[in-house]
Write a protein that binds this ligand. Structure first.
Ligand code: PEP
Ligand code: MN
Length: 284
C-alpha cells in the first residue's frame, strides 16, 4: 500500500473517504452500475443508429464509438473523425444516450470535448503525459484505460496527472494486460478491481471485449467483473460484427448484447443477497 500510494496525493482513499461519483446524464457513475456499449468504431450512419437503438433498448446507459482509432498498422481503418463525432451527436439526440469517444492527441481535447460527454484515453496513451494534462484541464469526465503493460502504481499515477490539473472526474477502466497467454487477446486482471477500491476513491469499470478479444468469453467476464465489484462495463457491440472494420472478433451482435444485459441485470439484483451470504459465511 505504502509503495503504491507514496506519490499519490489526490487519488488515494486517504485523501477522500467518500467514493467519487460522476454524473453523466441520468446516471451516477460510482453509484449506479454503468454500461457503456457501442461499436469499436463509428463506420456509417446506419451502423451507428441501429446499434445505438439496440443497446439503448437492452438497457445500456452510455453509447461508445471510436471516431479516431489507434491501429497497429498505418494502413488500417483509422476512423471517420469529425463525421463520426457528428453521427454520435445525432445518436445522442435520437436515443438520449450520453456519448464517449477516444481522444488520441492533446491538440484535439478541447474541440472533441465540445461534442462528447466523456473523453476516453486509450491503453496506448495511458502514459501520454501531455494528453493527460490536457484532459486534466478539461471539465469533461475522463475514462482512463489501463496501459497493456502497466502496473497499478503506474496507472494510478496517470490518474493523479489528471486529478492534479483540476479535473476530479476520473473513471478507471481495466481492459486486460499482455501476458504469455495467446488464446485470449489480453489477460483480464480482475483482482485489480478490489485493489483499486482498496486504494482509491475512483470508480473502476471493466472492458471484457478488449480483455478477451473473443465473443464467446465476454459474457462470463462481464458477470465476473460485476461480482468482483466493478462500477460498470464497457462492451463493444456491432449490428453486423462480421462486416466490422476493426475488432471484428470481439464485437457482440445485437441479440448477444441483449442476452448479456439481461444476465448482468439479473446478477445486479441478486448481488445484495450474494454479499449477505458471503458475510454470513464469514461470521460463522
Ligand atoms: C477502444 O476502447 O476503442 C480501444 C482502442 O481500447 P484500448 O485502448 O483498451 O485498446
Ligand atoms: Mn476496439
Amino acid at each position: 500500500m505504502k509503495e503504491i500510494s507514496e506519490n499519490l496525493k489526490l487519488a488515494t482513499i486517504k485523501s477522500q473517504l467518500t467514493k467519487t461519483r460522476i454524473q453523466v446524464g441520468e446516471i451516477t457513475i460510482g453509484q449506479d452500475l454503468v454500461v457503456m456499449a457501442g461499436p469499436c468504431a463509428v463506420e456509417s450512419e446506419e451502423q451507428l443508429m441501429q446499434t445505438a437503438a439496440a443497446v439503448k433498448a437492452a438497457g445500456a446507459n452510455i453509447l461508445r464509438g471510436g471516431a479516431f482509432k489507434p491501429r497497429t498498422s498505418p494502413y488500417d481503418f483509422h476512423g471517420l473523425g469529425l463525421q463520426a463525432l457528428k453521427l454520435l451527436e445525432k445518436a445522442r439526440t435520437a436515443y438520449g444516450l450520453p456519448i464517449i469517444t477516444e481522444v488520441l492527441d492533446s491538440r484535439d481535447v478541447t474541440w472533441i470535448g465540445e461534442y462528447v460527454d466523456i473523453l476516453q484515453i486509450g491503453a496506448r496513451n495511458m502514459q501520454n503525459f501531455a494528453l493527460l494534462k490536457e484532459v486534466g484541464k478539461s471539465r469533461k469526465p475522463v475514462l482512463l484505460k489501463r496501459g497493456m503493460h502497466s502496473t497499478l502504481k503506474e496507472w494510478l499515477n496517470c490518474a493523479e496527472y489528471i486529478l492534479s490539473e483540476g479535473n476530479p472526474q476520473v473513471i478507471l477502466c481495466e481492459r486486460g494486460i499482455r501476458t504469455f497467454e495467446t488464446y485470449t487477446r489480453n489477460t483480464l486482471d480482475l483482482s485489480i478491481v478490489p485493489a483499486v477500491h482498496e486504494l482509491t476513491h475512483l470508480p473502476i469499470i471493466v472492458d471484457p471485449s478488449h480483455a478477451t478479444g473473443r465473443v464467446s468469453l465476454i459474457k462470463s467476464m462481464a458477470l465476473a467483473a460485476v461480482t468482483a465489484g466493478a462500477d460498470g462495463l464497457l462492451i463493444e457491440v456491432h449490428y453486423r460484427p462480421e462486416t466490422a472494420l476493426s475488432d471484428r472478433d470481439q464485437q457482440l451482435n445485437l441479440p448477444q448484447f441483449a442476452d448479456l444485459m439481461q444476465a448482468v441485470l439479473r446478477l445486479k439484483n441478486f448481488m445484495p443477497t450474494l454479499e449477505s451470504l458471503a458475510d454470513h459465511a464469514k461470521n460463522n
